[in-house]
Design a protein around this ligand. Structure first.
Ligand code: ADP
Ligand code: MG
Length: 267
């Protein structure tokens, strides 16, 4: 069964896009069928996957406002190994254009439903705000991955994010849950990093992924070549860390399925 995960945090620069692109490539490397959905008008995930956001015939904007089907907008990446529903600055207009449309928060969910069965994982890269696009992503998703930089201000804003998640799970999407908290740009030598990390584990327990993403210059360089780090420098610490994260995600999913199945056979 496919899993839809929104990579979200309304803070900018915490590693959402880096996580989306590199987790997508790492899952694809384990032969999973992956679709990455860019919901940020900045189109960084699109560019970072080797698709030129200035040359799109159709983008997610066209899909959301009904100019084309999702199938017409999805593209295959050349080297990254996954499919992408790309975005560019057109998407900025979507918020206003969808204002009077019924069920505007369910637009993405409705279009993803039609392709869901074709993928094992659908990863949604969210913009750095809690706007209508982020709400669309959370309504469409089964779970959220929250990348966090373990620094002084990391926990600030987390309450607003958690309230948004629980609000959406109460109203529009009861299955929505926190899939995992990911520590990004991790520097174990920094005592503040360890302190914030401890606080995160204290609060979220097992939800915090064991895999951490180190600060690694290869991760910052790869997007300018339109490549995930796995295709840019597969031996880098960044590439190894995202492969480990993909493995952890898959193992957790398999463990959850096993935990659920016996109960299903009883009922
Ligand atoms: P967001 O999508 O949350 O705004 P990005 O993924 O775009 O964040 O990351 C912000 C910047 O930090 C980018 O320039 C990116 O290349 C860089 N970056 C992200 N993760 C790492 C990392 N683990 N090591 C080094 N640089 C990173
Ligand atoms: Mg981003």
């Amino acid at each position: 069964m496919s899993k839809i995960l929104a990579v979200t945090n309304q803070k900018g620069g915490v590693g959402k896009t880096t996580t989306c692109v590199n987790l997508a490539a790492s899952l694809a490397a384990t032969r999973r069928r992956v679709l990455m959905v860019d919901t940020d008008p900045q189109g960084n995930a699109t560019m970072g996957s080797g698709i030129d956001k200035h040359q799109l015939e159709y983008s997610i904007y066209d899909v959301l406002v009904g100019n084309c089907t999702i199938g017409e907008a999805i593209q295959e990446t050349d080297d990254a190994g996954f499919s992408i529903l790309p975005a560019n600055a057109d998407l900025t207009a979507a918020e206003v254009e969808l204002l009077d449309v019924p069920e505007k928060e369910r637009r993405l969910q409705n279009v993803l439903d039609s392709v869901r069965s074709e993928y094992d994982f659908i990863l949604i890269d969210c913009p750095p705000s809690l706007n209508m696009l982020t709400v669309n992503a959370m309504v469409a998703a089964d779970g959220v991955i929250i990348p966090m930089q373990c620094e002084y201000y990391a926990l600030e804003g987390l309450t607003a994010l958690l309230e948004t998640i629980s609000g959406i799970s109460r109203t529009m999407n009861p299955k929505l849950h926190i899939e995992g908290i990911l520590r990004t740009m991790y520097d174990p030598r920094n005592s503040l990093t360890s302190e914030v990390s401890k606080q995160l584990i204290g609060h979220f327990g097992d939800k915090v992924y064991r895999s951490v993403i180190p600060r690694n210059v290869r991760l910052a360089e790869a997007p300018s070549y339109g490549l995930p780090v796995l295709k840019y420098d597969k031996n880098s610490r960044g590439a190894i860390a995202y492969l480990a994260l993909a493995g952890e995600l898959i193992r957790r999913q398999e463990a959850n399925q096993q935990a659920v199945e016996p109960r299903q056979t009883l009922s």
